[in-house]
Design a protein around this ligand. Sequence first.
Ligand code: NAD
Ligand code: TYD
Length: 380
Amino acid sequence: MNFQDSDIQDSGIKMQRQSRRLLVTGGAGFIGANFVHHWCHKYPEDRVVVLDALTYAGNRHTLLELEAQENFRFVQGDICDRTLVDNLLREESIDAIAHFAAESHVDRSILGPDAFIQTNLVGTFTLLEAFRQYYEQGGLKEGESQEGEIQGVFLHVSTDEVYGSLNPDDSAFTETTPYAPNSPYSASKAGSDHLVRAYYHTYSLPTIITNCSNNYGPYQFPEKLIPLMCINILMGKSLPVYGDGQNIRDWLYVLDHCRALDLVIHRGKPGMTYNIGGNNEVKNLDLVHLLCQLMDELAPDLPVSPAKELITFVKDRPGHDRRYAINSTKIQTELVWEPSVTVEEGLRQTVKWYLTHRDWWEPMLSQEYQAYYRQVYAVK
Ligand code: NAD
Ligand code: TYD
């Protein structure tokens, strides 16, 4: 498949842009790593510093090929460590923060919310305070460059889950939909969004928030629906579908998301929120069936075939949101972005990736993962 390169490049802006110095938090996680690969490939003249604590969800191997490059630096550390963040901003003369670091899995937030409050709220607050002080002490040049690029930006990557749950006939979430989070995860992200918004209004810090739908693609930790199902099919394990399987998610291919974030960093307006969706609403059960078909077609010698025989309905997740859907009109019209990958295409690519990257995911099925798995699926 030929994924479109960013509209920035398409519109010729790349030729005129100034080089940037980015701090990417959570760059060893799923979306952060895809973003870092996208950015380093496209803007090799930019400095990219990744700050990641390497929790269970972080994988440094994902970034190994970049670590050989002079313009790339990996720092293992916690976003709650204020001294470390202060030092990095100054040492590296950072002009943009792309903030991905988070505890990101709803089921884990139900089992133990503490880390979500710490990283998602305290961590985001720590970054904001450090960036504010750095900004106010002149670490950042204010204003815009001649091409309208923002000079300094704090991009906060958030989720559509902050808006709560939709009924089947409700219209999709817009940027003005009231917040109504239902899980400790989405509540912690909602709180962090509010802090980011407040730092723009109170301190004029150039912050931008993006709220996106469910991402999928390479390098996703196998606790999330799509990689979990792929790997369970390969191992002949049951495929746990929560409740009646009729919950709806909108699926955004991670590289489409990275293109959108690229545009937001270059052209987004400080103080704004942009919703980013995939235009791919699918019921969970339909998605799992699609995955089973793809695996039957692409994976030879499956332990159980057809794979759909593995589907098992399990107890529903507490507070399980029924439906998410995103209205992306704002980013589509103001920044000229749209998703390019259908869920059928994207799933095929993703299944192929997991089939050919066993060396990436197999080590992630650690004892910690097995313990988590037993805990979450035993209680369901
Ligand atoms: P992920 O769980 O795959 O990765 C999170 C990364 O953050 C990991 O590398 C982890 O080591 C790092 N991290 C965690 N705590 C840290 C800390 N205290 N200090 C430094 N690093 C820390 O998450 P993801 O799926 O890549 O999500 C990235 C961002 O996008 C998150 O903010 C998430 O809320 C948001 N988001 C994700 C999705 C999705 O479908 N995955 C959808 C909407 C929004
Ligand atoms: P998930 O990937 O955890 O993302 P989120 O909860 O952030 O939307 O789950 C996607 C959907 O799949 C969600 O409706 C819950 C459902 N699901 C299952 O049915 N079984 C599973 O084992 C998992 C992990 C998720």
